[in-house]
Design a protein around this ligand. Structure first.
Ligand code: NAD
Ligand code: WQD
Length: 337
């Protein structure tokens, strides 16, 4: 029996493949490589000493996916494949709705055809919208601030409707907070195209000299130092949450929802300071105006995942900063080196 990992060549997917292989699963990866490099697959194989069966395939391509399900005995799907740039989704909403939503519907139809009815889905803390009710619990109302966020909400709804219509489905919706860090080997990590939108890759590229200066968006927020607060979570902890969710699907029907965060909020300045200390480096930064659409403070209540999945984040902010830098230092141009 194999686990199909859609988007498995990407940042979170590749780290999850490492843990799956180490836990003894057979892994099949489907990725169209629109935001990743096939080199990540080779690196995962090198870390683990095990093989991945890789298919370059799009989740919009039903025939391509049928071939994968025919050729492999798939037990469950971990579904990472999707576009994730919030700003781009505002500029090109149809691209996001087609890729993320139509793609997911195609995947679900093929899963139904082959009677594979277990899925772990990558949702996001973005579904909590602009709320200031922290820590965020899974039962809070949801809303979207962008077409990207809307795709996560809609897919959560589609999966919920599916599980109501057919009681055989077991579905895990994992709401990630802010994934950072990299595998401790420094050989796989986040590989943003162009100038990064997210804080940690921006910091690492300033540290490496690729970018000149970090702009800290807003220092007048009602937080301890005026900068925005987020729940940064090490990608290896996040990956581990998928294995715990997968286990749980074997004994649970219907839909379950869990936050994957540490439960601790760090400000932008906290993260910059932690990075400087962990790596003994200076980060050149300036304060800049607030970024439109940013929430002030966002961190998880992760207790439901602890209670129901037996999962909790173990790695510290120092681990996150050290491992992010180790990846960037070893691979200044990501997988293009
Ligand atoms: P990523 O871009 O590194 O990985 C996504 C992968 O999906 C890429 O390898 C890409 O090539 C592939 N892909 C995209 N569209 C596809 C399609 N139509 N067919 C086949 N493959 C396709 O991103 P990531 O950070 O690893 O994110 C994985 C998932 O987690 C995404 O669904 C994302 O929305 C979600 N998520 C990410 C974050 C984050 O901050 N990184 C936070 C919350 C949720
Ligand atoms: C973190 C903090 C910024 C860059 C995004 C998506 C969310 C989820 C995770 C997918 C904020 C500040 C940032 C910079 C800065 N992705 N910042 N200078 O916005 O919390 O979440 O990624 O689901 O949907 O919106 O993450 O890393 O962009 O920002 O000061 O150059 O860093 O203002 O306070 P965010 P981020």
């Amino acid at each position: 029996m194999s686990i199909l990992v859609t988007g498995g060549a990407g940042y979170i997917g590749s780290h999850t493949c490492v843990l799956l292989l180490e836990a003894g699963y057979d892994v099949v990866v489907l990725d169209n490589l629109s935001n990743s490099s096939p080199k990540s697959i080779g690196r995962v194989e090198k870390i683990t000493g095990k093989k991945i069966k890789f298919y370059e395939c799009d989740i919009l391509d039903k025939n391509g996916m049928r071939k994968i399900f025919k050729e492999n005995d798939i037990d469950a799907v971990i579904h990472f494949a999707g576009l994730k740039a919030v700003g781009e989704s505002v500029a090109q909403p149809l691209k996001y709705y087609e890729n993320n939503i139509s793609g997911t519907v195609c995947l679900l139809e093929v899963m139904n055809e082959f009677n594979v009815k277990k899925m772990v889905f990558s949702s996001s803390a973005t579904v909590y919208g602009m709320t200031d009710k922290v820590p965020l619990t899974e039962d809070l109302p949801t809303s979207a601030n962008s077409p990207y966020g809307q795709t996560k909400l809609m897919i959560e709804q589609i999966l919920t409707d599916l599980a109501v219509s057919d009681k055989e489905w077991s579905i895990s919706l994992l709401r990630y907070f802010n994934p950072v860090g990299a595998h401790e080997s420094g050989s796989i990590g986040e590989n943003p195209k162009g100038i990064p939108n997210n804080l940690m890759p921006y910091i690492t590229q300033v540290a490496s000299g690729k970018l000149e200066q970090l702009s800290i968006f807003g220092n007048d927020y009602p937080t301890k130092d005026g900068t925005g607060v987020r729940d940064y979570i090490h990608v290896v902890d996040l990956a581990d949450g998928h294995l715990k969710a997968l286990d749980k699907l074997n004994t649970t029907k219907g839909v379950m929802i869990h936050n994957l965060g540490t439960g601790v909020g760090y400000s932008v300045l906290d993260l910059v300071n932690a990075f400087q200390e962990a790596n003994n480096l200076k980060i050149n930064y300036k304060f800049a105006p607030r970024r439109p659409g940013d929430v002030v403070t966002c961190y998880a209540d992760p207790s439901k995942a602890k209670k129901e999945l037996g999962w909790e984040a173990k790695k510290s902010v120092v681990d996150m900063c050290r491992d992010s830098w180790n990846w960037q230092k070893n691979n200044p141009n990501g997988y293009d080196d």
